[in-house]
Design a protein around this ligand. Structure first.
Ligand SMILES: *Cc1c(COP(=O)(O)O)cnc(C)c1O
Length: 349
């Protein structure tokens, strides 16, 4: 049973939904539970508020933390839908496992999520582009600077109303020649907090040069294309859609696997295989590379305008037909506007 404490007054009236900056506004409530004495206990929903941590809390020193990201959508009738939340739950525990964090029981995740969304349902605006970004996360809270896995953890879910972002923005990306995001045997496949920290410096250097994102290449020789920023990446060469196979360096994106499934249903040939930088440059020169796009929950599908490698910039055609098609279809399913042929959505009553 979740102990629920509601806000006395909602913050809703103070929010301008037209001007939301991604991930900066949070709903009225949050879910929190603790891991102590080898068990998850005391699930609570409380008014959204700061938490207190001992300065020696393990996460502040060793970064033992993982998170998830998923969204809730409201359809024309006001019904609320989640998109493949089971995938997020499974991935959350895969990430936790790799970071030596105790796995979370399924009911804490789902019950917490469901109750929280029911309480904050007014924060989800109808209309395509409006959604509620849901951020489950867990971190090591034991007060110790001992460099071992923590014996205490806090799991929380917070929610942020968002509008689709990057709409109409031209995305120019830099292919990494020096820095790496993930290495063999590492934690690249996990949604580990530290993976993001490691990206901020190279990404801000790229931003200064006028690029919005970095395309990460393999840590070994920087020969293979792996991910775009915090998105998975797809290339359309001739009639084939190509993306990196998942492995211990690649995040197993829910949007990625959904795009692969939808593309295959459309009869598009999809290849999950390593793809070299030289292959896309050759294809570009031959006029065979028609689209590059990133995929992720926050952006859904993001077409890339140009990529730069060894100081040379390569611009792509502006059509992006396949990216647009797939995005429309995915959004249609998420907002319950079209049939959901693969049973991906889950309604919250
Ligand atoms: C979260 C994430 C993605 C996208 O995953 P989705 O499940 O589609 O949101 C891709 N790459 C990285 C590195 C990520 O952290």
């Amino acid at each position: 049973m979740i102990d629920i404490q509601k806000v006395s007054k909602s913050k809703l009236d103070n929010v301008s939904f037209e001007k939301l900056d991604f991930g900066k506004t949070f709903t009225d409530h949050m879910f929190i539970c603790h891991y102590k004495n080898e068990e998850w206990t005391a699930p609570k929903i409380k008014p959204f508020q700061p938490i207190t941590l001992d300065p020696s809390a393990s996460v502040l020193h060793y970064g033992q933390a993982v998170f998830e990201g998923t969204k809730a959508f409201k359809d024309d009738k006001g019904k609320i839908w989640l998109f493949r939340p089971d995938e997020n739950f499974k991935r959350f525990n895969r990430s936790a496992h790799r970071l030596q964090i105790p796995e979370l029981p399924e009911n804490y995740f789902y019950e917490g999520l469901k109750k929280l969304i029911q309480l904050d349902s007014e924060w989800i605006r109808p209309g395509v582009g409006n959604s509620l970004y849901i951020r489950p996360f867990v971190f090591a809270s034991q007060p110790t600077v001992q460099a071992t896995a923590s014996l205490e953890y806090i799991f929380m879910i917070i929610c942020s109303p968002v509008k689709s972002y990057y709409d109409g923005v031209e995305i120019n990306v830099l292919i990494a020649e020096e820095y790496s995001r993930a290495a063999n045997g590492g934690i690249g496949f996990a949604k580990a907090a530290g993976n993001y920290a490691a990206q901020f410096y190279p990404t801000s250097e790229a931003l200064k040069k006028g690029f919005q994102q970095i395309i990460w290449t393999d840590a070994d020789k920087h020969e293979y294309l792996e991910e775009a920023g915090t998105m998975n990446i797809f290339f359309k060469i001739n009639d084939t859609l190509i993306t990196s196979p998942t492995n211990d360096r690649i995040l197993d994106g829910v949007t990625r696997k959904s795009v692969i499934a939808l593309a295959k249903r459309k009869g598009v040939k999809v290849e999950e295989r390593p793809i070299r930088v030289s292959e896309i440059i050759d294809a570009h020169i031959q006029g065979e590379l028609s689209e590059i796009f990133g995929t992720g929950t926050a952006v859904v599908i993001l077409p890339i305008n140009s990529f730069s490698y060894k100081g040379i910039s390569y611009t792509l055609p502006k059509k992006n037909n396949l990216a647009k098609n797939l995005k429309e279809e995915l959004i249609g399913i998420q907002y319950n506007q079209i049939e959901d042929p693969l049973n991906w959505t889950l309604s919250i009553d």
